[in-house]
Write a protein that binds this ligand. Structure first.
Ligand code: ACM
Ligand code: ZN
Length: 625
């Protein structure tokens, strides 16, 4: 048997499976390779403009690194006979009942991608890009043999809603960056960009009928500092930090996303999270203001940030705003927020009290529900469906609302039980603003979400009709994300984990075999100049109090095959230091610092973690709270 193996010709030996994210539904290795060369063509039928659009996207994506200007030709042309990439739209889907499905076959004579929709062709094209060497993601010409392994892939998504949210209110992100973000999402087969356009810290979308929203609402005082501890605006201090998207900018982003089969879902927050709008139009609040756009200083419950639902002017305003929004975004959905509204100012407002009496509303929650139902009607009249955060369940759910569940899955489960559509985006699995490694090594935020936890995200809870779960989404809130580089850092690699949980079939994925596929994407992001976190390679520390009342420490590594070494004497550990086993180790008397490093496959991995014993004690005290 051994002799037979050695005698096996190398070219016939099964090649290692390519490192794809998300993992396809089925992947078979075949014999040989295809080499993409200058002069190859992309074949797409001239009478199928959707296929031609994908062909032209693919030619553009292949051009920077290869330097090839691949021609797009019809099947009957002589060029089509040379080895080429063939995109075909077939009436019969390669995967029955899967409109986004595709089949990709690669072999020495070329690559064929077959789908029943342009979206399917696009996802096949994304897979092809990942089958090429990582240098394909580079922005300049590389001298690399552009080899694709021979494969037969049949693939389709698990969920129809595969989203990422970017909050552009807390910090403004340029149109150029938003396009880059969408481009990178699309490479991992995400198909919804949830654009959080308005909040207390900035109104980012031009509304022609309400010009002050961007003249005033898009600007705040510039500040550094820890969120919610930031100094409030001073009296005459100019509001110089911010920005907004013109309606032309929005149309440009929407068209760019459409080319990538990404639906842009705008979020216009109401009734709360509206301080930037109220700074522009204080008469829409219960208290009348004046208000300043919030720079991250504490205000909740002290300063009003909600529209007055007792005032008809609020609804006239929302009608005009949502009218312009509906006209700009082809998405069938508009997200109206609905989360975390402080309703305390409604109670002392004559107009709100009158509204409650007239409409027989028994609580502030019912008053919010009244506002949401009116928003639902406004949107319906403009041909749009309403989505809101799970607080829209409080006080009664609007009849046609889709619920985005963020405070865990409970709201989503309740909504599904009422036969409403749900998008799952629970904090504990999908909040990309949380730190992703030991907080001593990571930029400060309020809680932890590791990539391995994202990977365990299961959007369909037991006992819920899976047809009502549209899918899920990662949310990048940007209170502590001031720059594009950091937005990328917070998104990747957790975005890979979410992409896979939302696209791939559970049976075709495990964390251990995801890891090398994730690492392969690191190389691609490096080529593309996109930032990402390497926190998976770092150690983490958790303090433990022993039964005898002594301080001990538990060290952990996120990746299999990791060995953790530590010291208590202040020196930097290496693989000759004590090795951590499973049980917590006692912190010896007199130690003032604990240091740890990881080795994988005999080589140092990640950063050294150094924690003062006093910091460990602080962590222990926080755990108790
Ligand atoms: C949210 O995180 N407030 C939706
Ligand atoms: Zn009011």
């Amino acid at each position: 048997m051994i002799r037979f193996l050695f005698a096996f010709p190398l070219s016939l030996a099964a090649a290692a499976a390519p490192h794809l994210v998300p993992q396809p539904a089925s992947l078979q290795m075949r014999t040989g390779t295809f080499q993409l060369r200058d002069g190859a063509s992309i074949v797409a039928a001239p009478d199928r403009p959707e296929a031609r659009r994908v062909a032209s996207y693919l030619a553009d994506a292949l051009q920077p690194a290869t330097g090839f200007h691949l021609k797009i030709v019809g099947a009957s042309t002589p060029q089509a006979r040379a080895p080429s990439i063939v995109l075909s739209l077939s009436a019969a889907p390669p995967v029955p009942a899967q409109p986004e499905g595709y089949r990709l076959q690669a072999g020495p004579r070329g690559v064929s991608i077959e789908a029943s929709s342009a979206a399917g062709l696009f996802y096949g094209a994304q897979t092809l890009l990942q089958l090429l060497p990582p240098e394909i993601d580079g922005a300049t010409v590389r001298n690399v043999p552009w080899i694709v392994p021979a494969v037969d892939i049949v693939d389709y998504p698990r969920f129809a809603w595969r989203g990422l949210l970017l909050d552009v209110s807390r910090h403004f992100f340029s149109k150029g960056f938003v396009k880059q973000y969408i481009d990178r999402m699309a490479r991992y087969k995400f198909n919804v960009f949830h654009w959080h356009l308005t909040d207390d810290q900035g109104w980012r979308i031009q509304i022609r009928s309400e010009p002050r929203l961007t003249e005033v609402g898009a600007w705040r005082v510039p500040r550094l500092g820890r969120w919610w501890q930031i100094e409030p605006p001073r009296e005459a201090e100019p509001d110089t930090y911010g920005g907004f998207y013109t309606q032309d900018d929005i149309r440009e982003v929407v068209a760019y996303a459409q080319q990538r089969f990404v639906t842009v879902v705008p979020e216009i927050e109401m009734p709360g999270h509206a301080m930037a709008a109220l700074a522009a139009y204080p008469e829409l609040s219960c208290t009348g203001g004046p208000f300043r756009v919030n720079p991250g200083s504490k205000f909740y419950r002290q300063i009003d940030n909600a529209y007055c639902p007792g005032n008809e002017k609020t609804f006239e305003f929302l009608d005009r705003v949502l009218g312009e929004v509906a006209a700009l975004f082809p998405s069938p959905y508009v997200h109206i927020g609905g989360d975390e509204a402080f309703k305390g100012f409604w109670q002392d407002c004559d107009k709100c009290r009158r509204r409650m009496a007239d409409e027989h509303l028994k609580s502030a929650d019912e008053l919010q529900s009244y506002l949401v139902r009116r928003a639902e009607k406004i949107l319906a009249a403009k041909g749009k469906k309403l989505i809101g955060w799970d607080e829209i369940l409080d006080g009664g759910l609007a009849d046609t609302a889709t619920v985005m569940s963020w405070r865990g899955m409970t709201g989503g489960i309740a909504a599904a039980k009422m036969n409403h559509q749900v998008i799952m985006t629970p904090t504990q699995f999908s909040y990309l603003d949380l730190y992703q490694g030991d907080p001593a090594l990571e930029p400060d935020t309020y809680s932890e979400l590791r990539v391995s936890t994202c990977y365990r995200f299961e959007p369909v809870p037991d006992g819920v009709d899976p047809r009502l779960i549209l899918g899920g989404q990662g949310n990048l809130w940007t209170e502590s994300v001031p720059t594009p580089r950091h937005a990328e850092y917070m998104t990747w690699p957790r975005g890979f984990a979410l992409a896979e949980t939302l696209w791939s079939q559970p049976r075709s994925r495990t964390w251990d075999e995801f890891v090398p596929r994730m690492e392969a994407q690191f190389t691609r992001l490096e080529q593309a100049g996109v930032n990402y976190s390497r926190a998976v390679y770092d150690p983490a520390m958790a303090p433990v109090r022993t039964a005898a009342g002594k301080l001990a420490v538990r060290l952990s590594a996120e990746l299999g095959g990791s060995s953790i070494y530590y010291t208590f004497d202040g020196t930097n550990p290496d693989r000759f230091s004590p090795k951590f086993a499973a049980d917590p180790v006692l912190v010896p008397d007199g130690a003032y610092v604990v240091k740890a490093v990881i080795y994988r496959e005999g080589a140092p991995s990640g950063r050294m973690l150094s924690l003062a014993v006093t910091e460990l004690q602080d962590r222990l005290a926080k755990q108790k709270k």
